[in-house]
Write a protein that binds this ligand. Structure first.
Ligand code: IPD
Length: 260
């Protein structure tokens, strides 16, 4: 894809991400407590997931009718040019009234993460990246943390009910045995954005879906970080393990999480 077409998609991702963020904020502020459904064990669904995804998909289809769209709620397809989106990442937080969730929109061309935006409307934070052009937070250049000592680091370790809790606890034990601090915020996309913003030194999860990470991985790379080959194999459609971190902690985190 040429530069002009890539720039058009980046600009569109920014505009759509902001519009979707406004809708998600209104729905969060206007919602009645505990109005959510469960898709499975510890797997939440809110009205906003569907409404925000419909908004984003509609805008993309209007602007780029030849592109493919893959969304968390509506599914879709993968093609040469694919938009990979999560309308509300951190749905459990949204559902329980915790203002730590985001809209994540990634654009992948020829298998390469090319553009990505993440909007956290409650924090008024808008993250954006275009391959080769750096990453920004609210328009200001973003850079990963300078910490390369694992004992000073904070690593976010994600969990979902898709894998046994014992596997997660073993990873927590191994990572924290190095002296690292750890957290779990409940939004993989924001977890990656935080690595890009230098707020944490790494994010790892033993299985996550492409819509949770398509934008965040590009943010980390463009902010100077390292990310694993997430799209390897069926990563786009079935998900994969994810590890993204400051380059200096790649070896120790690969070893302790088991994610190469
Ligand atoms: C989930 C969140 C969570 C991560 C899970 C995801 P959702 O996405 O990103 O932090 O650990 O793997 O499924 O359900 O909030 O869109």
């Amino acid at each position: 894809m040429n530069d002009t077409e890539t720039q058009r998609r980046y600009d569109a991702a920014c505009a759509i991400g902001r519009e979707a963020g406004d809708l998600a904020r209104k729905m969060f502020e206007g919602r009645e407590a505990n109005t959510f459904e469960m898709k499975g064990h510890q797997d939440y669904l809110t009205e906003a997931d569907g409404a925000v995804e419909r908004l984003i998909t509609g805008r993309i289809n209007e602007l780029f009718p030849g592109d493919s769209v893959l969304g968390e709620e509506g599914g879709g397809s993968v093609g040469e040019n694919t938009w990979v989106l999560d309308p509300i990442d951190g749905t459990a937080n949204f559902a329980r009234g915790i203002p730590h969730f985001c809209i994540s929109i990634g654009f992948v061309s020829g298998g390469v993460r090319t553009a990505g935006v993440i909007a956290n409307p409650l924090a008024n934070e808008f993250y954006a990246a275009r391959r080769g052009h750096g990453a920004t937070l609210n328009g200001k250049p973003m850079k990963i943390s300078g910490i390369a000592d694992i004992r000073q680091s904070t690593v976010e370790l994600g969990w979902s009910s898709r894998l046994p809790i014992a596997d997660y606890l073993q990873m927590v034990e191994r990572v924290t045995a190095t002296g690292a601090g750890f957290r779990r915020g409940g939004s993989g996309a924001l977890g990656l954005a935080y690595v890009a913003a230098g707020r944490t030194e790494g994010y790892a999860e033993l299985h996550i879906n492409s819509w949770d990470v398509a934008a965040g991985l590009l943010l980390v790379e463009e902010a100077g970080g390292w990310a694993n080959d997430f799209f390897a194999g069926d990563g786009m459609t079935k998900g994969n393990p994810v590890l993204a971190c400051v380059p200096g902690l790649r070896a120790v985190l690969s070893q302790t999480t088991g994610i190469a």
